[in-house]
Design a protein around this ligand. Structure first.
Ligand code: PDD
Length: 289
């Protein structure tokens, strides 16, 4: 929350408390929509092009069109306006953007194609998780019970919500999801581990969200001679992990030092993790240039 707290809904800039959507919105009734979360540092949305491209892919993947030829770029413009209106031009903030298939009487099949989508955008002050970034965070393993298109950033987050809550109840920061015996990702993050000296993460397929932080980090890692091996970590390899970390727009590179109440490696952030933490922090500080 910020003192002004203006949000954008369907063409109007309004105080959050006055923002309204219909009970027949398909996002509310079916979770029929997609979203994005961006990081903003000193008024500059980080990796905006990657987020715009992913939003486009998610929209196409669920067959929602933005009304009137609007583009993801135009939504970023609206977000920039919100940053100004809310006095968030200095320091850190996040942008939340959501597009649903619009308002229609409940029916599973699509409403007519000319129905305008519902567009909601808000911004908020953001404070990074600096303590866990230093000390490392605890995580748990959890079955991945999600659907077959986790590459689309949809509003259907109930499996993520349930796993995240289980993690919280067990004193952990994140749940590392396991499907068919391999580590896929977290409920809101991508996971990376070091096994026998090589840095491994799940390939970018339909079982994970193609994280923007993951992509940015891949390019940055090459500059310090570190490569990712996209051979997923198998559950039976977990005891051999010497390092483990997660990445995300709101988590950066966060070391994971305990998994299911057992130490990972030496039980403290590893050297490779700290190196990648540093290169990402530098990139964020320089606005991604
Ligand atoms: N979550 N995997 C999942 C399932 C996610 O929801 C996210 C992002 C990520 C990391 O992606 P990125 O690096 O683009 O943030 C991976 C956002 C932050 C959220 O739902 O709040």
């Amino acid at each position: 929350m910020n003192s002004k707290d203006i949000v954008y809904v369907n063409g109007a800039f309004v105080p959050r408390a006055e923002a309204r959507i219909s009970v027949e919105d398909r996002g509310f009734v079916f979770g029929d929509g997609v979203y994005e979360v961006l990081r903003v540092i000193n008024a500059r949305p980080f990796a905006a092009k990657f987020h715009n491209d992913r939003l486009k892919r998610s929209l196409e993947g669920v067959r929602i069109s933005l009304a009137g030829g609007a583009s993801p770029e135009s939504l970023t413009e609206i977000a920039n306006q919100l940053l100004r209106d809310n006095g968030l031009l200095q320091g850190e903030a996040t942008i939340y953007m959501q597009v649903t298939r619009g308002v229609a009487t409940r029916a599973h099949n699509f409403p007519p194609p000319d129905l305008p989508p519902t567009i909601y955008i808000s911004v908020a002050r953001f404070t990074p998780y600096s303590e866990f970034a230093q000390t490392g965070a605890p995580a748990i393993t959890h079955p991945d019970i999600r659907w077959g298109r986790c590459d689309l950033k949809t509003l259907n987050l109930l499996p993520n919500v349930l796993a995240s809550q289980t993690a919280k109840e067990r004193g952990a920061f994140e749940a590392m999801l396991i499907r068919d015996g391999v580590v896929t990702e977290g409920t809101k993050t991508n996971f990376f581990g070091v096994v026998d000296g090589s840095l491994r993460t799940h390939p970018s397929d339909t079982h994970i969200l193609p994280g923007i932080t993951r992509s940015v980090l891949r390019d940055l890692a090459r500059t310090v001679n570190i490569d990712f091996d996209e051979t997923p970590i198998r559950a039976e390899e977990i005891p051999r992990l010497s390092e483990l970390f997660l990445t995300g727009t709101t988590t950066d590179v966060m070391p994971v030092v305990r998994l299911d109440d057992k130490p990972v490696g030496k039980g403290k952030p590893g050297e490779l993790t700290k190196k990648l933490q540093r290169v990402l922090a530098e990139s964020l500080a320089s606005g991604g240039d």
